[in-house]
Design a binder for this molecule. Sequence first.
Ligand code: PMP
Length: 351
Amino acid sequence: MNRPWQKNLINIEPYTAGEQPKSDDIIKLNANENPYPPSPLVQKAIAGFDAESLRLYPPMDAAPLRRAAAKFYGLDPEWVFAGNGSDDILATAFRAFFNSPEPILYPDITYSFYPVWCDLLRVPYKTIPVDSSFCVHTEDYYIPNGGIVLPNPNAPTTIALGLGEIEELLEHNTDSIVIIDEAYADFSDVSCVPLVKKYPNLVVTQTLSKSRSLAGMRAAIAIADPYLIKYLDAVKDSYNSYPVDAVAIKAACAAFEDREYFEETCRRVIATRERTAAELRRLGFILPDSGTNFLFVTHPEHKAEDIFLFLRERGIYIRYFKKPRIDSYLRITVGTDEQMDKLLSALRELC
Ligand code: PMP
């Protein structure tokens, strides 16, 4: 067919998310979701939600959510931005902060949405190789750049940099914006939130999808100097004034209010992660220590793709990336103890 307009269509390779199973009896360990339900306060907030109020637009700035997150972190609300998941916030932040002709920097093995946004938004970028153990070396980032984005802990490698290393990175990069994507930080012992008062060019993004079990709701926050928050607001108000819906605002506020449940859920996930990691090592798997709610594993005697397919046949979905440098690795989300026992007994059969 003649399509003279073809040349004007976008040429982009989109991000691929973990497969959504068609049946309910699949053990789904492929999208880093939390195996536990959201806080009972969230369930109460949703059950008590006044549907009649949905005829009104939600608050444009999701102010109740900004206040709840600010209270949680002991900050003023001006330091918080709210969005429809951290993917939404990161895309907003790329638009707001990465407008230099210099390339932005991020690791060659990292969250695979970053190159997609760079292509979509025409942001030049340069990837910085992690070493053969998948470690990020901050000194590799002491070069001219138009910005830096770094997940901490990194995904899918699970490895976290210490606060000292992040500070070094910031000390050497005072001329550009540094975004630390803390999607998984609640499962580690490091968070850069305390650094935002010291570094006016630091932006920390966090999500309620993982540690607060709200992936289906789509809510997240960014924390930064109010001067930068204004730029995030300006971009938000230039393409979607109401990114967080009224139900999500209520649910997300309730999640921030229930600190005890949040901490207990993280503790449980971490305990299961450590037990699973030890068992996997006993089976001959090699994996870095994880600061996330997933494990990044390889086995010297079994091909990753074979393990992936073997588990898939048994109704256990994990993530396999057919990509250079990581195609011998698998990413396994930490589920409940019972789910991990099923995974381990299937792997015992294989190994
Ligand atoms: N950052 C990283 C590193 C992630 O792995 C994810 C989850 N895919 C996100 C951000 C986005 O999470 P969400 O949009 O659910 O907040």
